[in-house]
Design a protein around this ligand. Structure first.
Ligand code: FMN
Length: 287
């Protein structure tokens, strides 16, 4: 994937995207779906995993009631679901899936499509079966995709309000420098401030925004502030590590577009006084 993968500036797509839970009754043109699938299949995820993408038509989902009544989200009128399957044997499968699927979400935005991540309550077995899931594969999440309805349903507005979808933590709660005591200043962020802002605006499961970054010298180290209770509630996929992949996606794509070079590594910098619930995920080494 390169900076020209999108027809509009990434920052514009990041700011425009929001979870869409009210879709139009009209199906998007097949060419849009084909473009999205082709794009998703070509995304290079940071840890080298290649999630296997598939599409499931909404008619099948509805006919076979893949969603239990009252499931979180309550999507209305979605036209299809983009799903990614990952291999159990790949240790960084959740981050890679988050990265690749979020790149597809941004591409959907670019194509004028609405989208919503679904990682919570849905019938993973049925979705998996219709994608021909293998014994060594897992289904991290699916993305509902369609043409956004002219008007959002009341349910859509309620779900968004209860998840606090419009709110984001301030950068002072997320980005640090030299250690966990000092907030990353505007000077410290320098030319990276837009990449950090694109990360800050990213979607996350239940809008928990679990990413914490500390800049040490020429690297940004990514940590996950784990909500243990939440993770225990969702045992079938590590949604919070998916969130980390999403953050890495926004950060890397924004940096790439700005011509800022770097690459991912995974050597824990052992930052002193790291809170017990913080898990080291990866580092972006500036070149
Ligand atoms: C991994 C993941 C799983 C999610 N699962 C669901 C879900 O099951 N149902 C739902 O309605 N929204 C789901 N969301 C959407 C989030 O609630 C939403 O991204 C967040 O509240 C921020 O709002 P925004 O996307 O409109 O900016 C999920 C998001 C992510 C990243």
């Amino acid at each position: 994937m390169n900076a020209s993968a999108f027809s509009r500036p990434l920052g514009e797509l990041v700011r425009e995207r929001r979870s869409c839970r009210s879709f139009a009754a009209v199906a998007p043109e097949p060419r849009l779906l084909a473009a999205l699938e082709a794009f998703a299949a070509g995304v290079a995820a940071p840890f080298g995993g290649r999630p296997r993408f598939g599409v499931i038509d909404n008619e099948k989902v509805r006919a076979e009631s893949f969603f239990s009544a009252g499931s979180y989200g309550m999507i209305k009128g979605a036209r299809f679901y983009l799903a990614a399957l990952v291999r159990r044997s790949e240790p960084r499968r959740w981050e890679d899936a988050g990265f690749a699927m979020e790149a597809a979400v941004l591409k959907a935005t670019d194509l004028g499509l609405g989208s919503c991540w679904i990682g919570g309550v849905f019938d993973r077995r049925r979705f998996g079966r219709s994608l021909g899931i293998q014994a060594d594969e897992q289904l991290p999440a699916v993305i509902a995709v369609g043409l956004p309805a002219g008007q959002r349903t009341l349910r859509d507005r309620l779900v968004r309000w209860s998840a606090g979808g419009d709110r984001r933590k301030p950068s002072s709660a997320l980005f640090f420098a030299g250690g966990w005591d000092a907030v990353l200043s505007a000077d410290g962020a320098g030319s990276w401030s837009e990449a950090l802002e694109c990360l800050r605006l990213a979607p996350s499961a239940s809008n928990k925004q679990p990413w914490r970054l500390v800049r040490l010298g020429s690297a940004f180290h990514f940590f996950l502030s784990r909500d243990k209770g939440y993770s225990a509630m969702m045992p079938l996929a590590d949604l919070q590590r998916i969130d980390m992949g999403i953050a890495m996606c926004h950060f890397e794509l924004a940096a790439l577009e700005l011509g800022l070079m770097g690459g991912w590594s995974a050597a824990d910098p052992r930052v002193p006084a790291t809170p017990a619930n913080y898990e080291y995920i990866a580092s972006f080494e500036i070149q």
